[in-house]
Design a protein around this ligand. Structure first.
Ligand code: SF4
Length: 210
């Protein structure tokens, strides 16, 4: 885990690579709404949220997690919208930067192949103050940790601390899973809020919801 201060040189490098990523059109032929990389970062970010890929609303507003899933995630983390969207503290970089479309039988398509391998190694090493990375959903976990079972990793979250915190994707489908797994709210969420507050140097009086 790195916790160094950003230097003027690393800030310039991050600005340059961020501009390159925002201009990326590599998957133009396969993206149903066209290329529009949606992510957030700042050189001093201490918390990284690595997720799946933007949805249609995030694509439309160019704001990651700008939907009900984002509200659910912010509730889990104990962050307000203002806190979540402060790039000085929070980076949000999915494994697919552009909206990938829908599967024929419903549900979001997987992140565009090769996107994370292209951009994460260029962007993330420049976030030298990162303390904690949230791995939101199976795609993010598989990319960072290698293939595995999402539910087992979430249940075993403490084994991945202090560097990573595996989480389910906060879609509406997760609400039933939460009800069937009461340890998630009773045990994991307090630990998650503590880890997030510590990463952001915030007290434990953090407000939930968004
Ligand atoms: S999904 Fe990633 S690699 Fe593909 S166009 Fe968007 S930013 Fe580029």
């Amino acid at each position: 885990m790195t916790t160094e201060r950003a230097t003027p040189g690393s800030v310039r490098a991050l600005d340059r690579i961020t501009a390159e990523a925002r201009a990326c059109t590599r998957c133009a032929a396969t993206l149903p709404l066209g290329p529009r990389p949606v992510f957030q970062l700042g050189a001093g970010a201490r918390l990284l949220i690595t997720s799946q890929a933007p949805g249609t609303r995030a694509h439309a507003t160019a704001t990651p997690f700008d939907d009900a899933s984002g509200d659910r995630l912010r509730g889990w983390l104990g962050l307000t919208r203002a806190q979540c969207y402060d790039p000085a503290g929070v980076a949000i970089v999915p494994v697919g930067l552009c909206y990938p479309g829908r599967l024929p039988r419903g549900g979001d398509a997987p992140p565009s192949p090769g996107c994370a391998a292209l951009w994460h190694p260029r962007l993330l090493p420049l976030l030298t103050g990162l303390r904690l990375t949230l791995l939101v959903g199976g795609h993010a976990q598989d990319f960072v940790l290698g293939k595995g079972r999402m539910a087992e990793r979430v249940r075993d979250y403490a084994a991945f601390l202090p560097r990573h915190f595996p989480l389910p994707h906060p879609s509406w489908r997760t609400t039933g899973w939460e009800r069937r797994n009461p340890w998630f709210a009773a045990e994991l969420l307090p630990a998650l809020r503590h880890a997030v507050a510590a990463a952001l140097d915030r007290g434990q009086g953090a407000r939930g919801g968004a």
